[in-house]
Design a binder for this molecule. Structure first.
Ligand SMILES: *[C@@H]1O[C@H](CO)[C@@H](O)[C@H](O)[C@H]1NC(C)=O
Length: 260
């Protein structure tokens, strides 16, 4: 996940900016200076071009990994897997992740012992790597509009984890989607959701969902769960919090644990 394209380019641009400072002083030998100046300008233009070029062709996956520092909740799910394991133990044996970049979560979950994993991608799966394509081919990952019933039988999974997805749904659709998540899981639903006022970059990046994210406060969520008779799993919430403190983890997203 920590691919950082552009580092070598940045080093180049730092070096490239040095000669231009010296070129201002000696006016007598203008023609070599001119050519140096042109080379520097050319290099800068090239760098700018490369930057904007790679920016346009950037894949969604890279866009998400770029957001690593700014708190994409799907990245937080990956960070939290050991904590979730501590909280749910055996309850992690059959996990469904719902959210963007689900292949990376499925891959990470599959690396855990005695964990099977599936993924639902709420956007699309056009722009994915070979590993992800193989998950799709084998039926582990699928694209599905989460505003509609999920294509799984009741209690298909021991745990359902959702990230970066509910923030895009209006209460009308939340009313349909959350009961669906509870329906397909037997041991609970874990919701990773952004904090209100969370970074704008993420909002811009994910507005492909047709609606920009609305990050709600934890009071809003708790009230919503109550009104819709979705029961918070207090025991799991407590265990999760304790495991976080023990490992001095600080998650950049709100996490809610619901019963199925
Ligand atoms: C969602 O469901 C709750 C409880 O059934 C209801 O009170 C509320 O009006 C619903 N919201 C929408 C937008 O349909």
């Amino acid at each position: 996940m920590s691919r950082r394209p552009g580092n070598p380019t940045r080093r180049l641009s730092d070096g490239g900016s040095l000669p231009s400072g010296g070129s201002v002083q000696s006016k007598s030998r203008s023609s070599p200076l001119l050519s140096i100046g042109l080379v520097v300008v050319g290099a800068i233009l090239l760098i700018v071009y490369c930057y904007s070029g790679s920016g346009r062709r950037i894949s969604r996956k890279e866009a998400f990994s770029k957001l690593e520092g700014t708190g994409s909740c799907t990245v937080e799910v990956q960070r939290a897997i050991p904590i979730l394991k501590k909280t749910y133990g055996n309850g992690m044996h059959k996990v469904l992740h719902v959210g963007p970049d689900t292949c990376s979560v499925v891959l990470k979950l599959l690396k855990q012992e005695e964990t099977e994993a599936w993924g639902v991608e709420p956007y699309d799966l056009d722009d994915v790597d070979a590993k992800c394509k193989s998950f799709v081919r084998r039926g582990f990952v699928r694209a599905a509009d989460i505003k509609f019933p999920l294509p799984y039988r009741p209690n298909s999974f021991s745990l359902v984890i959702i990230s970066d997805a509910l923030d895009y749904l209006t209460p009308r659709y939340l009313n349909k989607t959350l009961p669906e998540l509870a329906r397909v899981s037997s041991g609970g639903v874990v919701i990773f959701s952004g904090y209100p006022g969370q970074n704008k970059a993420k909002v811009a990046e994910l507005s492909k969902f047709g609606r920009s994210a609305k990050f709600r406060s934890s009071t809003w969520w708790i009230r919503y769960f109550l009104q819709n008779s979705l029961e918070v799993n207090e025991a799991a919430s407590k265990k999760f919090e304790q495991a976080l403190v023990k490992r001095s983890y600080k998650l950049l997203c709100q996490v809610f644990h619901l019963k199925s």
